[in-house]
Design a protein around this ligand. Structure first.
Ligand code: GLA
Length: 393
């Protein structure tokens, strides 16, 4: 997809001849380690070349004007720098508004209003973190525009707070972290309890990572997500009656197997089992990638999907059909859902020379069974949130 002429759009929408500053924040995929972040476990995401662009210039007054090329029907959304509370009518603009509010409340001084134009080329509702991307692009634009000195981790945490407190989805820190700290050709192994992290080079040689969008319209995503989180908390409480644990992520497989009888509800037991085994897989995945053992890594991806399907129950017919179809194709090393689930995207490691037949076959199977097509993208792992200079627009 070709990006629109963003400079032209900015100057037209805001009726100006000035040249704005230009910022970008990527989306993310998660290679493995799903629904572990809010359990203090490990995740292994990478930032991708799709993301959100923001063009911005300051104003003389306190007005903030937002416009998104993705939602042109919503028009210019306006608010005042002194009135930044959540407003349902402001729709998508609540994400950047929340970020501006939390910057201001944390004495990160925003001294004037601004005009901001957003454009995202992350496929809509695909579970590649378009919301964290818009939060983080707002973070870097505020940092750049107002010369604010803010630690990247602090910005990441403010992004997560927007999601949790301002928007009301109880998500973990993975998305903002991956987007805030992303690095070209690398994935990030992050311990979500200590926030220690390390980069792992992703060398795929004759393979690529394909992102496949189920194109399923997701509904009630936030409430199902919050429900999973609550079930994990209940399982943890049961285990804490005997074990000095802070998080499910603290448990070894042996400890879990020995003490799982403490978990009262069958469903909560399944949720906890996924978390403990997925956490272990994530660490194994790091080792395997370090050794360049893509074959075994692929098998871990498959195990991860099955666990998310059977124990965590966040996949659904669309993702399962897609992933199963992918597993059956020649040249595929592994496939799994990525992100929160309930629709969204799968990722697949597939041999370059088999790409065309792979897409044809998978799409045929998928559209026959589901009734509409999937979309295919090649993932390029690229740098995290940043200012773009040099007039590339
Ligand atoms: C969403 C959330 C993340 C993480 C994933 C599941 O993307 O935003 O914090 O919990 O789901 O791994």
């Amino acid at each position: 997809m070709k990006n629109p002429n963003l400079l032209f759009e900015f100057q037209t929408v805001f009726d100006t001849t000035r040249t704005p500053r230009f910022f970008f924040a990527p989306g993310r995929i998660n290679l493995i380690g799903e629904h572990t972040d809010y359990n203090g476990g490990n995740v292994f995401p990478a930032s991708i070349s799709f993301g959100t662009y923001a063009l911005v210039q300051t104003r003389e007054d306190h007005l903030i004007r937002f416009f998104s090329l993705n939602f042109p029907d919503k028009g210019i959304i306006e608010c005042d720098l002194t009135e930044l509370s959540f407003n349902e009518e402001h729709d998508w603009a609540n994400y950047p508004k929340g970020m501006i509010k939390y910057f201001s409340e944390n004495s990160l001084k925003i001294s004037s209003g601004m005009d901001i134009l957003f454009y995202g080329n992350i496929p809509n509702g695909a579970g590649l973190s378009s919301s964290a991307s818009i939060e983080m692009v707002t973070g870097v634009l505020l940092e750049g525009l107002f010369d604010i000195s803010i630690d990247r981790l602090e910005m990441i945490k403010l992004g997560q707070r927007v999601e949790n407190e301002y928007i009301g989805v109880n998500s973990g820190i993975m998305d903002q972290f991956a987007i805030g700290r992303g690095r070209k050709h690398h994935a990030i192994l992050l311990n979500c309890q200590t926030l220690e992290y390390e980069y792992a080079p992703i060398q795929l040689d004759d393979h690529v990572i394909m992102i496949i969008n189920t194109n399923k319209q997701r509904t009630l995503m936030g409430s199902k997500y919050n429900e999973r989180r609550a079930q994990c908390e209940e399982a943890l409480k049961d285990l804490q009656t005997e074990l000095p644990l802070q998080n499910l992520g603290d448990l070894t497989i042996e400890q879990f197997e020995k003490h799982k009888y403490l978990i009262q509800e069958e469903t909560n037991l399944k949720r906890a089992k996924h978390v403990v085994y997925e956490n272990k897989r994530t660490l194994e995945a790091l080792e395997l990638l370090r050794q360049g053992n893509l074959d075994q890594f692929g098998l871990l991806m498959n195990e991860s999907h099955l666990s998310l399907q059977c124990d965590y129950e966040v996949t659904g017919i669309e993702l399962d059909t897609l992933v199963k179809a992918a597993w059956d194709q020649p040249g595929v090393l592994g496939a799994r859902m990525t992100g929160a689930g309930f629709g969204g995207c799968a990722i697949v490691i597939v041999e370059k020379s088999k790409l065309d037949s792979f897409k044809d076959n998978v799409n045929k199977i998928y559209s026959n069974e589901i009734g509409y097509e999937a979309s295919f993208y090649t993932a390029t792992i690229d740098d995290g949130a940043r200012e773009i200079t040099g007039g590339v627009f």
